[in-house]
Design a protein around this ligand. Structure first.
Ligand code: IPD
Ligand code: CA
Ligand code: CA
Length: 275
């Protein structure tokens, strides 16, 4: 593994801890304001402040790297990038609704990929004192503890997480999927942070997670789940243009033995819900 990868990981962890401190302080002092983007999507001044901090830190330390960040560069054009160019993918607060409502399930997510490969992922949950991280080929960790998926093989005992989109018109097929999961599995969780859902699959606290999410929600968490032994794939044919390592459309991450069962459960005919 190139030495620079470990240096990038150490740098990403330092940033994630500092970002966590900014988030904690904003909550302690109630010093943030709420706003809405793209219609009804909540964003706080702390999302913006953390995004600025992360982007400025990366630009200063690695000026030649690219940054895809939820709040300041969500539309970065990645098509013409050289195949060896490192791309940082950042969600300053994953779980903004939780953050604004005083819940603990909140994380900073920092991923990095090059070409077709996920290189590193750091997901720091400051209110839970847990920092999840992984380097390609080096395993996945929570703080200093190595992670392994649950090893679940029985669908009826599986605990599954998902999330609900801000766009209400995308809800109908999802409700059908949730109904199927509820009928066939143990239970479902909606924790409010996709990045942490992925890390919780890695930690064996969940057996599966599915959702359509954006690159910054999943770039770090998917590598962490993969490195802990999860199987990663998609329950729908892919039509969007995101590079493969950061494509969160119809994402399914589960224990290897349950993967095929979930593919079957989650296959609904989207066309019949489109009107
Ligand atoms: C959201 C969270 C949530 C997921 C949504 C995401 P945000 O991210 O990850 O769990 O269900 O799809 O948009 O808006 O809190 O960064
Ligand atoms: Ca997010
Ligand atoms: Ca966010």
């Amino acid at each position: 593994m190139p030495k620079k990868y470990s240096e990038w990981l150490a740098f990403a962890k330092d940033m994630a801890f500092e970002a966590g401190r900014i988030i904690q302080q904003a909550r302690e002092e109630s010093s943030f304001v709420r706003d809405y983007k793209s219609d009804h999507e909540l964003v706080t001044s702390t999302d913006i402040a953390v995004d600025k901090y992360l982007c400025a830190s990366i630009a200063e330390k690695y000026p030649s790297h690219l940054i895809l960040s939820e709040e300041s560069s969500p539309s970065l054009n990645l098509e013409a990038r050289p195949s060896d160019k490192p791309v940082w993918v950042i969600d300053p607060i994953d779980g903004t609704v939780n953050f604004a409502h005083g819940h603990a399930h909140v994380a900073v997510s920092i991923g990095l990929f090059i070409g077709e490969e996920r290189i590193l992922g750091v997901v720091n949950a400051p209110f839970l004192n847990e920092c999840f991280w992984a380097l390609r080929g080096g395993g996945a960790f929570c703080n200093d503890k190595a992670l392994r998926v649950s090893g679940g093989t029985d669908l009826r005992s599986a605990l599954v997480a998902t999330g609900f989109p801000y766009q209400k018109n995308a809800l109908v097929p999802l409700v059908e999927r949730v109904s199927r999961v509820l009928h066939q599995c143990q239970d479902i969780r909606r924790n409010g942070s996709a990045a942490l859902d992925l890390c919780w699959v890695a930690a064996g606290r969940l057996d599966a997670y599915f959702e359509t999410v954006k690159p910054w929600d999943m770039a770090a968490g998917v590598l962490i789940a993969e490195e802990a032994g999860a199987k990663v794939g998609y329950y729908e044919e892919q039509k969007n243009a995101w590079p493969k390592p950061i494509n969160g459309n119809a994402l399914l991450v589960s224990t290897p033995d349950l993967y095929d069962c979930f593919i079957e459960i989650l296959k609904v005919n989207e066309f019949s819900y489109s009107n």
